[in-house]
Design a protein around this ligand. Sequence first.
Ligand code: SF4
Length: 480
Amino acid sequence: MPNRKKKIHKIGLVDADLLCNGTRHPNLALLKIAGYFRDNGFKRNNEDMELECESTYELLTNDCNFEKLQSFDYIYVSCVFTFTRDNPPALLSYLMCDKKLKKRVVMGGTGSYANLSVEDGFIEKRAADMENLEKDKYLQSLPHNGINMRTQMPDYHLYDDFVGVMEMTRKSKNYYKDYKKYSIGFLTRGCFRRCPFCVNKMEHITLPYSKLDDFLDNEKDENTGKLKRPYIYLWDDNFLASRYWKELLLALINTGRPFQFRQGLDERILAQSKHGEEMAKMLASSNYHGDFIFAFDNWFDRKLIVRALKIWKFHCPKRETKFYLFCGFKQTLNDDKSFQQDIARIFMRIKILMNYGCLGYIMRHEDYKSSPMPNIYIQIARWCNQPGFYRNLSFWQYCYKNQTYWEEHRLGIKHDRLKTYEEFLDDFKNGYYSDKKICRTLQTVHDFLEQHKEHKDLFLSFFNLSFREMIEPSLWERNN
Ligand code: SF4
């Protein structure tokens, strides 16, 4: 018999966003690629193992040097966020530019095209990216004849070594729970709304994607016999827009595992669908994990959102409900009118949410950086995105409190109450701040109000909105 030498392959997997600390959760595409190699008999490389005779795959992190990179037969890179591609960390730059390596690098993910317009080739890039892995020649050459991204079971252990090291050296155990406690997948993909800032902007419909069994992890802890990943999270774009929402939701409920939709749910559908009441009732009574998160991206949707809120809060009066508040899109340095409108619409949406006892969560499009005053978005997000501040302080009080905190800790000046903006202005004019610094937060809101004097009263009324005073249960209560 001829002595046929087994061909050994070495595969590197790169989560590009992780390289620049851009995420707190694993990259699902990469987990699936890892799962595919595992199913083809490759071993996950762990530094402690002697695997010279086996084909291997491993997660590459920032400590991987350029010399080691050359030892891989193929390197699969996934990049979700555009900011990673715009500011690539050293390892990613090297992978993108090194001539010898380039032929062995397969790069994919929304990061390279999410911000492109249709004219700049968004449609073609998106289509290519969605098929990239399934058409990959090397993956097709393996015994399983190619990966199916819908049905491929992830390898939930891909990040184990990384998480182990990080937990020992830096972060708390809870910080990495997304890597350790969840089964992750898409039950549906796509959306009909066509928002211009979204990767689904050219889609028309929500279609079924994976089955629950394709990604539900049943591994148990050897000592306790309990599930290692007792929770589920889903990346569906617009789950409620699926015509199969009910059977899929029932399937989720029947797992008995707490679940959550990470991209938020489309609240408007509760008002638009004839099944809206049923959807709200089922969701509200389910074993939902964490806060319910919806989206209130656009001020023009306010009537629909209010109708939906009346349904939702009736069925779910107690559980925390949060809304993503998209902002900053298409901001430019010279368009002050659009900037003022954008800031005003954030607070007009917050006002409605406060009326219905809901939290907001600011989601900034990266265009906010080009606005006339990017820092005001940062300050609003710092206030709004922390429920403790949002619930207990108006935005003005939050900004002023930053100053009093600084004065107390740096200068030993105690303040027994939070002053109003008018009182702050009196202090300012009377020279109270001439010998002390004004913190960035307070300075930003002060500059904003000074620069928009013509609408100062309006903005001040927004900045003084108080969650406790705004909430009105009579808006959703029913009289029968
Ligand atoms: S509703 Fe959400 S998923 Fe649908 S297009 Fe708009 S942003 Fe994208």
